[in-house]
Design a binder for this molecule. Structure first.
Ligand code: GDP
Length: 195
């Protein structure tokens, strides 16, 4: 993908704020601090478009980024942050549920997990939830640079098993430090965008 333009477009909590231009959307979900903002910034070759936040769980909106005037990244709020109240969790759940149920322009969900660790309970729940809506999912494992190369496949296997990954869903090992996986991920995204 040759990214020629990328901009923050809008924040949404529900359908009333979703863009109405019918452009395809790639959603990103992952627990707080997993490296989701860094991933977006690296893919778009922007230093700080998706704010790399030191306060996990702060953003409670879906953030829309318009790329090449032709599709959106939709960044879901990070989950699994202990300080988020039960009520906030429910609001968050309803927000994502509505989106998954109703959003016809959604082409692919990037489920972002940390390659270093087995998936958390929240990761597993999230994956089950996404598969429930029968949406295409690509699992992207971040921070691969922090795992010795000799252990990559082992860690990948644990993550695939623990998530109960569907056989057809793509899986990419990624690093925002080394750009590992970047081209592979763009190729997958392009495939789902149909470009
Ligand atoms: P977010 O909360 O999911 O958006 O996470 P951030 O993108 O803000 O990243 C959280 C922390 O992990 C920051 O200190 C990043 O510099 C670091 N980080 C993110 N991705 C990587 C990666 O691929 N490799 C390494 N070594 N650090 C990363």
């Amino acid at each position: 993908m040759n990214v020629t333009s990328s901009e923050f477009k809008l924040s949404a909590v529900g359908p009333a704020q979703y863009p109405e231009d019918g452009l395809p959307e790639i959603a990103l979900a992952g627990r707080s601090n997993v490296g989701k903002s860094s991933l977006i910034n690296r893919l778009l070759r922007r230093k700080n478009l998706a704010r790399t936040s030191s306060v996990p769980g702060k953003t409670q909106h879906m953030n829309y980024y318009l790329i090449n005037q032709s599709f959106f990244f939709v960044d879901f709020p990070g989950y699994g942050f202990a300080k988020v109240s039960k009520q906030q969790r429910e609001v968050w759940g309803q927000m994502i549920e509505r989106y998954m149920l109703e959003r016809e322009t959604l082409k692919l969900v990037l489920m972002v997990v940390d390659l270093r660790h087995p998936p958390s309970k929240d990761d597993i729940m999230m994956y089950e939830w996404l598969t429930h809506y029968d949406r295409p999912i690509c699992v992207v494992t971040t921070k691969a640079d922090k795992v010795p190369k000799t252990r990559w496949q082992k860690h990948a296997k644990v993550i695939k098993q623990d998530l109960g990954m569907r056989p057809g869903d793509p899986f990419v090992m990624f690093s925002s430090e080394t750009d590992m996986g970047k081209e592979e991920l763009w190729t997958i995204i392009e495939g789902y965008l149909g470009t």
